[in-house]
Design a protein around this ligand. Structure first.
Ligand SMILES: [Zn+2]
Length: 220
């Protein structure tokens, strides 16, 4: 990955954010911003928590220095910490690619229908489709510690480049039946980190991006 590319994209994001239409700014406050797509935000707990429902594919949401890219079926709930970062993300349905700000003392919580994970700072993708019994989760880089929903046993995903699992309805992990990351691409991960001024801290095989989106990404 080229560091200059990310800096350029971040510059484009800053320029684009200054040009957001007033209507887009009016529906958000500073805690949760929608950079692309459409999102319903229903705040509660004095704006420290919100229910989110995306209305379009490629909805990009920035929460402090965390960022989410969702599909149109995403529904979830977030709680913010005192710094305005995500303290807890519950994914009720849909697809989410996430870039959480890395911090050693961070213990954010990810809640899927079949599992709960603790996150310090990482890139991950989750797909919660109620047609299937299992959740799909990819740790794109970083570290996630899951607690088995039945046994309470800890299961850790710690890697530098896309490790995916299926998590069934009793919390057990299984290998996904795919030979590539499902539902997300390397250039989407780069784009998402760039909107919060970072680069993915992954280790690319042969120093090359392996999985590129077959569709165009939002220009931000
Ligand atoms: Zn991944």
């Amino acid at each position: 990955m080229c560091p200059d590319l990310s800096r350029r994209k971040f510059g484009q994001f800053l320029a684009a954010s200054l040009l957001l239409p007033l209507s887009a700014v009016a529906q958000d406050n500073e805690a949760i911003r929608t950079l692309h797509g459409q999102l319903d935000i229903d705040y509660f707990k004095a704006n420290k928590a919100a229910q989110l429902a995306a209305k379009e594919n490629q909805t990009i949401i920035v929460i402090g220095e965390d960022a989410l890219l969702t599909d149109a079926s995403f529904k979830g709930e977030i709680t913010l910490n005192d710094e305005g970062l995500i303290e807890r993300l519950k994914i009720v349905s849909g697809q989410v690619l996430a870039a959480f700000k890395p911090r050693n003392d961070r213990q954010s919580e990810l809640i899927l229908p079949n599992a709960t994970a603790s996150i310090r700072g990482t890139g991950f993708y989750a797909n919660v489709n109620h047609t299937y019994d299992s959740d799909y989760l990819c740790c794109c880089y970083g570290r996630m510690v899951f607690e088995n929903a039945t046994t309470g046993e800890a299961q850790e995903l710690h890697n530098r480049y896309h490790t995916a699992v299926m998590i069934n309805d009793v919390g057990d992990f299984a290998k996904p039946p795919y030979d590539a990351p499902y539902g997300h691409y390397d250039d989407e991960v780069i784009m998402l980190e760039a909107v919060v001024g970072r680069e993915p801290h992954w280790q690319l095989p042969d120093d090359k991006l392996q999985f590129l989106a077959p569709y165009s990404l939002p220009k931000i």
